[in-house]
Design a protein around this ligand. Sequence first.
Ligand SMILES: Nc1ncnc2c1ncn2[C@@H]1O[C@H](COP(=O)(O)OP(=O)(O)OP(=O)(O)O)[C@@H](O)[C@H]1O
Length: 596
Amino acid sequence: MDVQKKSLFAALLLFAGSYRTLLIWSWILAGLSSVLSIGPFLCIWLVIRELFGVLPDFSRAAGIVRFGWMAVGFALASIACYFASLLCSHFAAFRVEKNMRKAAIRAIMDAPLGYFNANASGKLRKIIDDNVGLTHAFLAHQLPDLAGAAVMPLAILAVFFTFDWRLGLVCLAPLLLSLVFLQRMMGGEQSHAMHQYLNALETMNTAAVEYVRSIPVVKVFQQTVHSFKDFRESINHYWQFASEFALTCRVPLIGFMITIHAPSLLLLPVGLLLIATAPDYKRFLLDLIFYMLFIPVGTTMMSKIMYVGESVMAAQEAVDRMDAVLRTQPLAAGRRSGALRHTGICFDQVTFAYPGKSEPALRKVSLTVPPGKTYALVGPSGGGKTTLASLVPRFWDVQAGSVKLGGVDVRDFPEAELLRQIAFVFQNTRLFKASLLDNIRAAKPEASRDEVLRAAHLAQCDDILAKLPQGLDTVVGRGGVYLSGGEQQRIALARAIVKDAPVIVLDEATAFADPENEHQIQRALTHLTQGKTVLVIAHRLSSVRQVDCIAVLQQGGIVESGTHEQLLSRQGVYAGMWQEYQTATSWKVGRRENHA
Ligand SMILES: Nc1ncnc2c1ncn2[C@@H]1O[C@H](COP(=O)(O)OP(=O)(O)OP(=O)(O)O)[C@@H](O)[C@H]1O
């Protein structure tokens, strides 16, 4: 589907797909309903004319019953058309909603993996749900009103000038003036305000979700609501914006309300002035009564235009926001096929900055991990370790230099082919709400139960399976079944073992582990990494002492590399980190001994 930025109606027609005819029928029927709704008023005019003609003997007014029935007929036809229009708009709205959701899911599926770091799943879900919901409501409910508001002015204008142009002018002039106030409320700067309003609302909603998620932390640390600066600030910002917006609308709204009701006030005095000059006062009186009965239709129309105008602004904004999701650029997929010559990784003069950031996270980084070797990335927080590792499975593409796997630029692989070569163990392991069996074989759906059990055994998961009610078939997250961080990581390692990829990227594999879990995770890692090319990010320096090479990353560049011993003898950054690590460890032991 073409996802260029579009006007509201072009976007709605595009998303309606084969239901676009229904959309058009909805507009036609709504317009027809508006025109028909004028019919009863014309019938009333005919009834009054008939009564005036037979005055004072009303028994001779034979036509009034016929006109009465005609009025009922017009009213029923108008209601029927409106109902049919709503039916069409609802069907079309459901189709548009479905297509928008499908397009959004497709865009998200094709987005680079790194996109999900910047856009949390909850935030994405909210953007899609809110904006699709807004568009649906606009289409189903306000679109027929919009079609009516577009046709009605012409019909009303024709009626105004059919009977008495002077009375028509009295009705029309204030309504035209009301458009000036409407423009001040919704045009120019104010149309931008809707964008800011929805931004403020979105920020407040996101902050609210974050706040609710963090309530356990608030309770544990006995903080108050004021500690949630972001949430409080977002409420204040929303409140301030909404009140300022309401205040700027105060004068134009009052002007608008006065002018749309002014014809009702003006008609009688102006009519009484004009009646003296009318050649046929009976006819003039008839017209005056008609205009007095008819003018509320004009007032209602103007109110509808105001509300529909607001909904159009909101719907346009919703479509624009969905566009931003749909315009997420997928990474260009390569076409390379055939077996890899080797599984070595090579970073060659890699420079990379995150989208929207001017400062690069990596500058001219070069590192070669030979096939079958284990290299560790260490260094201070924010040095660029995770960023460098995430370039191998193409979470992002480099801006300069290249990342090669088996001598081939990772951009030349088809996405699925590249990901088949790599097992990536994330910092925060996520398990699906599914059985452990399905969680482990997510990486290789065709894996047999025995294969999964073997991997679980190698990943030191036997104790986890033993304590769960249905072992491997236990559904995580259901019926109070939760796993600790370390246990989840062992399940993730089983998943990586099942995948049996030649390249392993480990991001903080022992981050959440307690000493017992860490020991088991280390044993699982030994099985996972045997004979593989491994890139491991580690904070616990003890876990990487034995690796083939350690690269120290600081401020986006490699400042040192070599084996543990080589780096210690160099007395540089690593030696300093090792010293600090050892001091920290012995300090903990010392404290324990003091307490003992
Ligand atoms: N998604 C992102 N968007 C923008 N900037 C980011 C993103 N992720 C990381 N950065 C920035 O890139 C730089 C490198 O971060 P990275 O996470 O790679 O460091 P790290 O060495 O892995 O740190 P840590 O040990 O704390 O995980 C930091 O300045 C960080 O703020």
